[in-house]
Ligand binder design. Structure first.
Ligand code: NAP
Ligand code: GDD
Length: 324
């Protein structure tokens, strides 16, 4: 039985990846952080699965990573753990660098020192392209625009370096934005779909947003974790972009979400500069043709469908809460 170790298993992607790997017959081990309240709502439904084991640890704590890699001896490691919020990275740049940059190095060193035969996936991001205009592919220049983007760029390059220096099967998946009903509530798509549900059900009046002009390439998270797994099943390690290839502005996503429930977004949305960033990434639109030809991976869910499915999920969840 193959063993996989996932950092960030309690996050959006980690929870979908854990489901996928359990379905494929893996023994799944996940890294969880200690918190004063339980932070496992996305993986609660997997709690009784005998092939899932959770371990306390932290990407900022190298000793925990060394011990876990020795104990688990994983065949595949998926490094999804990160302080993943771009705006927060301006407020906590040092912590973001420790987790998102040095954390990757700590994990790679733990694998290298253990001398085990293990494949490594790094959760890289379209934020590394930053100011480089779209379409962005594996061949585009990097120009990060936040402490988050800069930290992730370090991790991308150190992953490439460990592949070249130590012959480690290490891949960097450069993923464009991907969302779902499990998306963190402070990312813009989920903030919008939660706001739409609350306004529709009469428990909120207005939704405050920052920059409406930014363009993102929003796909559906469960499809993207399948792409991660496929990257580790190839004969040779490489780097791949995953994206839909469709650019949508925050304004357009917002309009689609409100229209889905018969509301006019302009009557409910106001601007709040607190949600703007010191430097913005204006437009991310990915070219995933390499993933399509080498991994057979293609995004199926387009941004307009995504807005509708997320609004429906939030409406259902909120209606149930109100009923109680
Ligand atoms: P997410 O929902 O924010 O999940 C982040 C995960 O990282 C959580 O499990 C979190 O644990 C964990 N974590 C945070 N700090 C940690 C630390 N110091 N040590 C160990 N674990 C830590 O993120 P996501 O959307 O699933 O994204 C997964 C990965 O892909 C991230 O690395 C993200 O940067 C990257 N990425 C995401 C996208 C996207 O659009 N979603 C696109 C490109 C790349 P807690 O639950 O305890 O907070
Ligand atoms: N979060 C947020 N909140 N963003 C807002 C808001 C708001 O109220 N109003 C406008 N935006 C704009 C942001 O300025 C940004 O241009 C865009 O909406 C998307 O913001 P987020 O949803 O926070 O995502 P992100 O693109 O910055 O980062 C996400 O995608 C990256 C991949 O490109 C995260 O998941 C990163 O971890 C990931 O690497």
């Amino acid at each position: 039985m193959k063993r996989a170790f996932i950092t960030g298993i309690t996050g959006q992607d980690g929870s979908y990846l854990a489901e996928l790997l359990l379905e494929k017959g893996y023994d799944v081990h996940g890294l969880v952080r200690r918190a004063s309240t339980l932070n496992r709502s996305r993986i609660d439904h997997l709690h009784d699965n005998p092939h899932l084991t959770l371990h306390y640890g932290d990407l900022t704590d190298g000793v925990s990573l060394v011990n876990l890699i020795h104990k688990i001896e994983p065949h595949e490691v998926y490094n999804l753990g990160a302080q993943s919020h771009v705006k927060v990275s301006f407020e906590m740049p040092e912590y973001t660098a420790s987790t998102d940059a040095v954390g990757t190095l700590r994990l790679l060193e733990a694998i290298r020192a253990a001398g085990i035969d293990c494949r490594f996936y790094q959760a890289s991001t379209s934020e590394m392209f930053g100011a480089t205009p779209p379409p962005q592919s594996e061949r585009s220049a990097f120009y990060p625009r936040s402490p988050y983007g800069a930290a992730k760029l370090y991790s991308h390059w150190v992953t490439v370096n460990y592949r070249e220096a130590y012959d480690l099967f290490a891949v960097s998946g450069i993923l464009f934005n991907h969302e779902s009903p499990r998306r963190g509530e402070s990312f813009v798509t989920r903030k919008i779909t939660l706001g739409v549900a609350a306004i529709k059900l009469g428990v909120q009046e207005r939704l405050e947003l920052g920059n409406l002009d930014a363009i993102r390439d929003w796909g559906y998270a469960p499809e993207y974790v399948e792409g991660m797994w496929r990257m580790l099943q190839r004969d040779e390690p490489d780097d791949y972009v995953l994206a839909t290839g469709v650019g949508t502005s925050v304004r357009e996503f917002c309009a689609a979400a409100f229209t889905h429930v018969g509301l006019d977004w302009e009557e409910h949305v106001s601007h709040d500069s607190r949600y703007e960033r010191p430097t913005e990434v204006d437009a991310l639109i990915g070219d995933a043709s390499k993933a399509e030809s080498l991994l057979g991976w293609k995004a199926q869910t387009m941004p307009s469908e995504l807005a509708a499915l997320m609004v429906d999920a939030d409406l259902e969840k909120m209606a149930r809460l109100i009923e109680r």
